[in-house]
Design a protein around this ligand. Structure first.
Ligand SMILES: *[C@@H]1O[C@H](CO)[C@@H](O)[C@H](O)[C@H]1NC(C)=O
Ligand SMILES: *[C@@H]1O[C@H](CO)[C@@H](O)[C@H](O)[C@H]1NC(C)=O
Ligand SMILES: *[C@@H]1O[C@H](CO)[C@@H](O)[C@H](O)[C@H]1NC(C)=O
Ligand SMILES: *[C@@H]1O[C@H](CO)[C@@H](O)[C@H](O)[C@H]1NC(C)=O
Ligand SMILES: *[C@@H]1O[C@H](CO)[C@@H](O)[C@H](O)[C@H]1NC(C)=O
Ligand SMILES: *[C@@H]1O[C@H](CO)[C@@H](O)[C@H](O)[C@H]1NC(C)=O
Ligand SMILES: *[C@@H]1O[C@H](CO)[C@@H](O)[C@H](O)[C@H]1NC(C)=O
Ligand SMILES: *[C@@H]1O[C@H](CO)[C@@H](O)[C@H](O)[C@H]1NC(C)=O
Ligand SMILES: *[C@@H]1O[C@H](CO)[C@@H](O)[C@H](O)[C@H]1NC(C)=O
Ligand SMILES: *[C@@H]1O[C@H](CO)[C@@H](O)[C@H](O)[C@H]1NC(C)=O
Ligand SMILES: *[C@@H]1O[C@H](CO)[C@@H](O)[C@H](O)[C@H]1NC(C)=O
Ligand SMILES: *[C@@H]1O[C@H](CO)[C@@H](O)[C@H](O)[C@H]1NC(C)=O
Length: 461
């Protein structure tokens, strides 16, 4: 009796040890431990044991494996899984357990997924274009996706991730999801492409890389008020119109493209009319679009070529400064070149008495050259270079005094008069023998008079 009790005790102890060695765990090994299956896809999960058993099997609404005693490894297999909520488990009837306790089971978690039928993006209650600084709502519609708890909807602007949304719903069947994004676009976003993406992250057992489905990009147009980055003064050539004002100089931005208009002296100025030299002044450039007007002021200086308008001739006294007699008012201020006989000379100069003659003046700036030819007449006092004694015959008058015997210069041509014995002597009276003596010849013009003395010996015929 004591012996039997000992035996029973030993059996109990050994059973206890066995169950202890397994803990509460069922001695079944599932591979993989978790199944992720595409809806309509196939799945195979093995269940094995190293323990002796009275039978094991798979219980499932599809692909179940009837209890078998012979095998230690059985496979749950479905070729076309079309059940969203399937809960298979593997069971075993253990040898060393008796009664209800002899069966244990291991559940296989199964995730059935489906990528969305469509992912689309749209604007909520708005037709394009958008305006800078205002708030808009974008909407992403993800159709027919499961299971939503593994879904992430991501928003992108071009390649930049903006926001993402996950879901805590526990639905196993496909659902439609709508996610919105609030945006406040600025001018830099004009032309930007927004898109959304549905990503299923089904864990380590799930497909890698994660299935992703993207919407088509939504290009947005952003309207913004004009800005004039900077505007610079301008010096166009005459005949140029304001339409030629270089764009890179005023750099106007705006969407829609701003209209440019101009004002001058408080009035609109037609920008296609060629500018004249008289149109220089302060201008206002105005950029206008549907959103706003902006303007800025510009000094415009109209440049033009020089134009000389000289008289045919000029007079100047010798040794007095000759300044340019005619100026050309070209812009930029022209340079002047004065030529005499093809040689360039200083254009402000002190002429000598013998510098009279033809001169050419050239005025030049970057827009053109103007030439003018004129004479300069140098006024100078009389000069008597030499005077010689003379021996005329009687009946000759002083008017016949030969020019080769004296030389008078002067501009204007000097008047000649004579003096004899301290009195004026009429040069047209015929001389007699008694008129011999010392004579003074006087050359006079507006500027001065000069004289010189000579002996005149009247000889008989
Ligand atoms: C059977 O299960 C054990 C763990 O219990 C495991 O180590 C072994 O690899 C499995 N054999 C097969 C063929 O799956
Ligand atoms: C899978 O099962 C569904 C529903 O029974 C059926 O409509 C579909 O054609 C099957 N697909 C394949 C590939 O057999
Ligand atoms: C969109 O506009 C309609 C009517 O114009 C309005 O009933 C609806 O609430 C608006 N929806 C949103 C999201 O603003
Ligand atoms: C999802 O949207 C589609 C199309 O609008 C519709 O046919 C379907 O019934 C929707 N599904 C659910 C679960 O609401
Ligand atoms: C970004 O997503 C979170 C969570 O979905 C949401 O609460 C938040 O409003 C979103 N931000 C914008 C700018 O839409
Ligand atoms: C976004 O991409 C579009 C087209 O590739 C490009 O024109 C635009 O400048 C980009 N916008 C931003 C904000 O990066
Ligand atoms: C969604 O993406 C998966 C792979 O990521 C692809 O097989 C499937 O055809 C896509 N669905 C649609 C509607 O484009
Ligand atoms: C501006 O001038 C051009 C050419 O002279 C003319 O065709 C046009 O009609 C004018 N525009 C206005 C608004 O006066
Ligand atoms: C810009 O100019 C065009 C043609 O002159 C005109 O039709 C349009 O209304 C103008 N737009 C604005 C915003 O002034
Ligand atoms: C733009 O200019 C026009 C005329 O010059 C004026 O009537 C209008 O009020 C201005 N618009 C804005 C937004 O300043
Ligand atoms: C040209 O001569 C006239 C008189 O003959 C004079 O009034 C005018 O000032 C002169 N012009 C120039 C450019 O010298
Ligand atoms: C003006 O004179 C310069 C130098 O003599 C000559 O080169 C040029 O061709 C002339 N220009 C005109 C417009 O007469």
């Amino acid at each position: 009796m004591a012996c039997f009790t000992m035996l029973l005790l030993q059996l109990l102890i050994s059973l206890l040890l066995i169950s202890l060695s397994h803990g509460d765990q069922c001695p079944l090994h599932l591979d993989p431990r978790r199944a992720v299956v595409r809806y309509g896809g196939s799945v195979a999960v093995t269940c094995n044991t190293s323990d002796a058993h009275k039978g094991m099997g798979w219980e499932a609404s599809e692909g179940g494996v009837p209890m078998t005693k012979k095998q230690n490894l059985i496979t749950w297999r479905v070729i076309n899984l079309t059940e969203w909520d399937i809960n298979p488990y593997c069971y075993i009837n253990l040898n060393y357990k008796i009664g209800d306790n002899s069966q244990c089971e291991v559940k296989l978690p199964v995730t059935v997924y489906k990528t969305p039928d469509s992912v689309s993006i749209s604007t909520v209650n708005h037709t394009e274009p958008m305006k800078e600084g205002q708030q808009y709502e974008l909407q992403c519609d993800v159709h027919d996706v499961a299971p939503v708890q593994y879904l992430t909807v991501k928003w992108y602007k071009n390649q930049t991730l903006l926001n993402q949304t996950t879901f805590s719903d526990t639905d196993k069947t496909p659902v439609n999801k709508t996610v919105t994004l609030l945006i406040r676009p600025d001018r830099a976003d004009d032309g930007a492409q927004y898109w959304c993406e549905a990503e299923l992250d089904l864990g380590a057992e799930g497909p890698q890389p994660h299935p992703k489905n993207s919407s088509k990009p939504l290009s947005i147009t952003v309207y913004f008020a004009p800005i004039i980055q900077f505007c610079r003064d301008w010096s166009p050539f005459t005949e140029t119109s304001l339409d030629s004002y270089p764009l890179n100089v005023y750099s106007v931005e705006g969407n829609p493209r701003p209209n440019i208009s101009w004002r001058h002296k408080s009035s609109p100025f037609n920008s296609s009319i060629p500018l004249t030299r008289f149109d220089s002044g302060l201008y206002e450039i105005i950029a206008r679009n549907d959103l706003n007007n902006v303007s800025c002021f510009i000094n415009i200086i109209v440049e033009y070529p020089p134009e000389l308008n000289c008289n045919k001739s000029y007079e100047v006294k010798e040794k007095t400064l000759f300044k340019l007699p005619c100026k050309a008012d070209g812009l930029p201020k022209p340079e002047y070149f004065l030529y005499k006989n093809g040689k360039i000379i200083q254009h402000d100069f002190y002429p000598n008495w013998n510098d009279s003659g033809l001169y050419q003046l050239t005025a030049h700036n970057q827009h053109g050259t103007s030439n003018s030819t004129f004479t300069i007449n140098i006024l100078h006092a009389p000069i008597i270079q030499f005077c010689r004694d003379w021996s005329p015959l009687t009946e000759t008058s002083l008017d016949s005094y030969p020019l080769n015997l004296y030389s008078v210069e002067g501009n204007p041509r000097p008047d000649i008069s004579w003096r004899h014995k301290s009195s004026p002597f009429n040069s047209s009276i015929p001389l007699t023998r008694f008129d011999s003596g010392l004579y003074e010849i006087i050359a006079r013009n507006d500027l001065n008079n000069v004289s010189c003395f000579m002996n005149i010996m009247v000889e008989c015929k």
